[in-house]
Design a protein. Structure first.
Length: 367
């Protein structure tokens, strides 16, 4: 099989953009979606924010009190704080995904606001045709639902995802197979999906600040820096040998844990602490089986037994607890209403991958 042509679509500040449209807000005014800030005394977290708020240093999964400190709400400051309307987000996402899926040979919704498209056959292997298709899809989404989207095109999932970040918001960026090293070299190590702050710090201590440094030093030096397993994974990404699979049929095999609280919990710090514990336990099980996962899912059950979940698909399969611990609160922010007592919380890893000699072990986890 020749090179695959993959497109990654990422809707720009999606929740905030939907709220802006629905409430006819000024996009230049900072908008922060999340728990009630309670004039800076709130205990919840930021779900997301628009680009105007990001200029104040506000980020998703940040404590809502810290967001208020950096960008107070009106009339004390410039920001608008909204609780969020998940029904609207689901409706908007459904319309966008319908537009995208119609133009793909294979389609995979990675999360509520991002997707992968394999367009190899549709574009007949022509990279410039893929770029034109991305721009047409971008225009279609804007015309149909007035949402901005960024597109990345590349031969692997990682390359396409990183390319979609290259010209945000509202950009299209193409990384052809022959341009992988040039593209990757311009990025810090931290930009690679799966390299968290601790791993980036470890690489930096060995003089590997950018991916250009990694290319220069080579795989042997990389193994000495971060260990053979992580080095092999990163080197495969840089050589364009990481996954190019796009599939709507994600693996049903999974590993997960849930915790039902003895009493419904109202304190967000208790919920967050338990989430961290579950992430650790599930990741250790994953690592003990010497397998990796590409899909993360959070499950939350409120008092009254209403159950919500939120999932995301990673660009590369991994077993890195640091990355899972960083992403889990962001997933939680999409379903957590701080004003409602929590009965149960769960964390699950799925779309598991294993070497052939581990497949029998993996088959035990058919969810």
């Amino acid at each position: 099989m020749g090179e695959r042509i993959l497109i990654h679509c990422d809707l720009d500040a999606f929740f905030a953009a939907v709220e802006t449209l629905h409430h006819d807000l000024d996009p230049t005014v900072p908008l922060i979606i999340g728990s009630d800030p309670q004039n800076g005394q709130g205990r919840g977290i930021v779900s997301t924010c628009n680009y105007a708020a990001r200029e104040y240093g506000v980020r998703s999964a940040m404590p809502i009190s810290e967001a208020w400190r950096r960008c107070p709400g009106q009339p004390l400051g410039p920001a608008l704080y909204h609780k969020g309307t998940h029904r609207l987000y689901r409706l908007a996402a459904r319309r966008v995904m319908s537009i995208l899926s119609e133009k793909a040979d294979r389609f995979e919704q990675a999360s509520i606001d991002e997707a992968y498209l394999d367009v190899t056959r549709r574009c007949r292997g022509d990279w410039h045709a893929a770029e034109s298709l991305a721009r047409d899809l971008q225009k279609h989404i804007m015309a149909d639902i007035s949402l901005s989207a960024s597109f990345g095109i590349g031969p692997t999932r990682v390359a396409a995802k990183m390319a979609s970040e290259a010209r945000k918001p509202g950009g299209v960026f193409l990384v052809p197979p022959g341009g992988l090293q040039e593209f990757f070299s311009a990025h810090p190590c931290r930009a690679v999906p799966g390299i968290g702050p601790k791993a980036a710090q470890l690489l930096g201590e060995m003089g590997l600040m950018t991916l250009e440094d990694v290319y220069r030093e080579g795989p042997d030096f990389l193994s000495q820096s971060v260990g053979e397993r992580r080095a092999n994974s990163l080197w495969r990404i840089l050589e364009g040998e990481s996954s190019s699979e796009v599939s709507a049929l994600r693996s049903r095999k999974s590993i997960g844990k849930e915790r039902t609280f003895p009493r419904d919990v109202e304190d967000p710090s208790v919920v967050m602490e338990m989430l961290g514990t579950l992430v650790t336990r599930v990741t250790k099980k994953l690592q003990s089986l010497e397998i990796t996962a590409r899909n993360l899912e959070i499950k939350l059950r409120y008092q009254g037994f209403e159950t919500l979940s939120h999932a995301m698909s990673l660009a590369v399969s991994m077993d890195d607890e640091e990355v899972f611990q960083r992403l889990a609160p962001r997933l939680l922010a999409n379903v957590y209403d701080i004003d409602r007592p929590v009965r149960l919380i769960g964390f699950r890893l799925s779309d598991l991958e294993a070497p052939p000699n581990r497949q029998a072990t993996l088959d035990r986890f058919d969810h």
